[in-house]
Design a protein around this ligand. Structure first.
Ligand code: ADP
Ligand code: ASP
Ligand code: MG
Length: 423
């Protein structure tokens, strides 16, 4: 008997019909002789709608109350799914994150899982029940408050449960047939990958491919949880995310895994900084105090006449206000002239383990962007990734150009997007 953890995303549980379809799939997995733990996201765009509602009553909602509000979304879907599974004649019991033993840090809106104590889930499984867990949420035992794990956090719930229960597989059910060489919503000719390594998947996810949350991939790599990303709308085999075993490979792996894009970041430029040792340290110490994660950094050459320089960096748009407040608070020590924020940026990244051993990948990437008329504002690289920042409105054009330049387009027809609004 295998233990299977299944996660169904928002578009897979968007209405009563969808919930019944998921219940049938869960029931079929049980009838095949497996023990099943299911984690669910909120129905459809519920989380976005709750966020809009919160901002309609208060421009800067309190993070604790916000988490209480948002966790309600997953409570709705978990209990409805339990009822739908009962209707299939299968016993099932739903649990909130706290009841399922998902223990987190105190950071509201971006809490980290620090432990999973799944005693109640084990009891349910031993009693022959399907255990259903509300995704995206946990509890901070110090404050005894519910927390959320950040957008897309149900993916992380699923992998954390799979690791804690030593599940045989963690299946992530979504609205596309797996991980593709680019987002099928903007590149219909994107190709489904049969498998991808944790490292490549992590860079794709961290570069904006929201099919998996980056932290879930980190978690899976740390605990060697095999992830199978697949569609809840089709019976097709999806994409396996796991360590490269090297087995069964008759061909060399492709150089490029895919192209990712991200329009959720902003750029802050701090102008007129003294070009002396310690300036960057003071600036980024201020930002770090506000617990803001930064992504790319560029420092300009200083003007000879003034000895002053500028530093630009990118960060999640949602953290701009916190970063600005932190820079302003330490303004006297940092000693800058002006701060400018730009929300209209987008990032395009090319990811592939084969970059390590293939010359000319960057040249081809930049040539594709040039031919598409896309201007590059910032560049960053790792051993398996190249990323550029450009104007947000050029992102789709850039992704398609790079995808074609690296011969990633499928000749077998278009990728199917089964549901979801892409929100
Ligand atoms: P869920 O609600 O199931 O969690 P998400 O919307 O979070 O679904 O993630 C699935 C979406 O991720 C797809 O509909 C697709 O638009 C997007 N996506 C972005 N990049 C990729 C990629 N490389 N492969 C597959 N899907 C991708
Ligand atoms: N409902 C949450 C969100 O929309 C968590 C998830 O879908 O994974 O971000
Ligand atoms: Mg998701």
């Amino acid at each position: 008997m295998s233990l299977v953890v299944q996660k169904y995303g928002g578009s897979s549980v968007s209405d009563a019909d969808a919930l019944r379809r998921v219940a049938r799939r869960v029931a079929a997995t049980v009838r095949e002789g497996n023990q099943v733990v299911v984690t669910v996201s909120a129905m459809g765009d519920t989380t976005d709608e709750l966020i809009d509602l919160a901002h309609a009553v208060n421009g800067s909602p309190d993070p604790r109350e916000m988490d209480l509000l948002l966790t309600a979304g997953e409570r709705i879907s978990m209990s409805l799914l339990a009822m739908a599974i009962h209707a299939e004649g299968i016993p099932a019991q739903a649990f909130t994150g706290a009841q399922a033993g998902v223990i987190t840090s105190e950071h509201h809106g971006r809490a980290r899982i620090i432990d999973v104590a799944p005693a109640r889930l084990l009891t349910a499984l031993e009693a022959g029940k399907v255990a259903i867990v509300a995704g995206f949420q946990g509890i901070n035992p110090v404050a005894d408050d519910v927390t959320t794990l950040g957008r897309g956090g149900s993916d992380t719930t699923a992998v954390a449960l799979a690791a804690a229960l030593k599940a045989d597989v963690c299946e992530i059910y979504t609205d596309v047939d797996g991980v593709f060489t680019a987002d099928p919503r903007i590149v219909p000719t994107a190709r489904k990958l049969d498998r991808i390594t944790y490292d490549e998947m992590l860079d794709l996810a961290a570069s904006g491919a929201k099919v998996l949350m980056p932290r879930c991939v980190e978690y899976a790599r740390r605990f060697s949880v095999p992830i199978h990303v697949r569609s809840s709308f089709s019976g097709l085999e999806g994409t396996w995310v796991r360590d490269d075993t090297g087995e069964g490979d008759t061909m060399e792996d492709p150089i490029i895994a895919g192209v990712a894009h991200d329009r959720s970041e902003a750029k802050i430029t701090v102008i007129g900084l003294p070009d002396v040792p310690g300036t960057a340290a003071r600036l980024f110490e201020a930002v770090a105090k506000a617990d803001v994660n930064i992504d790319m950094i560029v420092q300009n050459v200083s003007a000879v006449q003034t000895g002053l320089t500028d530093i630009s960096f990118t960060l999640p748009s949602t953290r701009v206000n916190d970063a600005l407040a932190a820079i302003e608070a330490d303004g006297a020590e940092i000693g800058y002239q002006e701060v400018v924020t730009d929300e209209q940026i987008g990032k395009v990244s090319l990811v592939g383990a084969g970059m390590r051993s293939n010359a000319g990948v960057s040249a081809k990437f930049f040539a594709a962007l040039r031919d598409a008329g896309v201007n590059i504002e910032m560049i960053s690289t790792s051993d398996i990734r190249i990323s550029v920042v450009t104007r947000a409105e050029l992102v789709e054009k850039a992704v398609r150009a790079v995808h074609t330049a690296f011969d990633l387009d499928s000749i077998q027809g278009e990728a199917v997007v089964y549901g979801g609004t892409g929100r």
